[in-house]
Design a protein around this ligand. Sequence first.
Ligand SMILES: [Ca+2]
Ligand SMILES: [Ca+2]
Ligand SMILES: [Ca+2]
Ligand SMILES: [Ca+2]
Length: 433
Amino acid sequence: MKRSHLVLFGLAAVLGVAAAGSAGCGATGGRNVFDNDGGSGGEDSGGNGGSGSSGQPGTGGSTSSDGVGGTFVGSGGNGSGGGSAQCSNDTNVDNDGDGFSEAQGDCNDCDANVSPGSIEVATDPNDPMATAADEDCDGVTDNVAPAACDDNIGLQDTDPQNGARALDLCQFITPADKKWGVLSAQYVRANGNPASYTRHIGIQSGFGPNVNVQKGTRMLTLSSGYARLPNQAGACGSLSCSEIGAGTPPPGFPQDVPGCDGDPDINDDVGLEVKIRSPKNATGYKFKFKFYSMEFPEYVCTQFNDQFIALVSPEPQGSINGNISFDKNTNPVSVNIAYFDVCSYDSFYPQFTCPSGPGEMEGTGFGTWDEAGGTSWLQTQAPIKGGDEVTIRWAIWDTGDTAWDSTVLVDGFEWVANGGTVVVGTDPIEDPK
Ligand SMILES: [Ca+2]
Ligand SMILES: [Ca+2]
Ligand SMILES: [Ca+2]
Ligand SMILES: [Ca+2]
């Protein structure tokens, strides 16, 4: 939905209520309402007309418009445009079905994308039709949620809620709350069983001198080795470390890559799982990640290829067994994914051209403890319905054995709100920080 629709509906609602208040239950016409809005009528829908109620025919605005803007003349009719059809004046009725009546805080009961269950959306400065709106009904327009909440989380912090915060999931709720947010967070094995805290988990404020956090000041780091940099206590110090051991993969995993040997065994598997409720006006969500592996280049396309998944339940349309992070050829995130372009050119492996060079491995252990490689910063997006509750499990594992470790950085979770259709997909970030 475009912002301009929101604003028009909002105006109609506010003025409609005001008119009803002064005129009792009599319907009032559209002209006075929309005359106030010189210029912004026009191409948008005709709003909700007058405030007909109590069975009286409304004489509100039609649903057509001339596109000129300015004076929007109500064209009568038999009340079909009147408020009673969609937005009655009964403040105890949830007319738009978003879970909130006006008495419960819905500041626009004509628009299911506006209520305390929605997320505030910043006005698009590049959209000339955009006008600031108060999507979350807290009385303030454009007060978008804090960008981040992850300052001062320690590297070895063991609280999974802080793992979610490192991912920039900042609003926590209980099931009884009617808002969006994180319902629960826990560190898990790949199959969803609880995992005790180990060095396979870390909260990093950077990954070497050339890789920055993408949102806030921290990011979640999961590793089939140790999620520690060479200069940090507890670092692995070699290409292979293991504190976890054999695991059980989720159904359908490890995902085989066509033309490469597969292996059903996983090890050193660890993940963060959150249960979240989406904002009422959400159509999707997205997050950023960056994957490294010691397997490059000698074990590319072998049975040892470690994987990272973002497993969503219930499975969204377009996922692969619930996983939403994979490339255009449906390859899972592993040393075989497209975008695996951070590496040093090695003349023994001329097929790997390493277009991004080795700089983003500097100071990470990858490329020094063993020849290695990684992906660029990538972003995955997926659809969600407003108000839905889903679990997302970000997990990584060693495939085939516990050796030649892999690490993933995950950061910058964001909702896509008022944003139209979202299709599952993963792409490089154009301009990473
Ligand atoms: Ca409502
Ligand atoms: Ca607001
Ligand atoms: Ca390992
Ligand atoms: Ca491995």
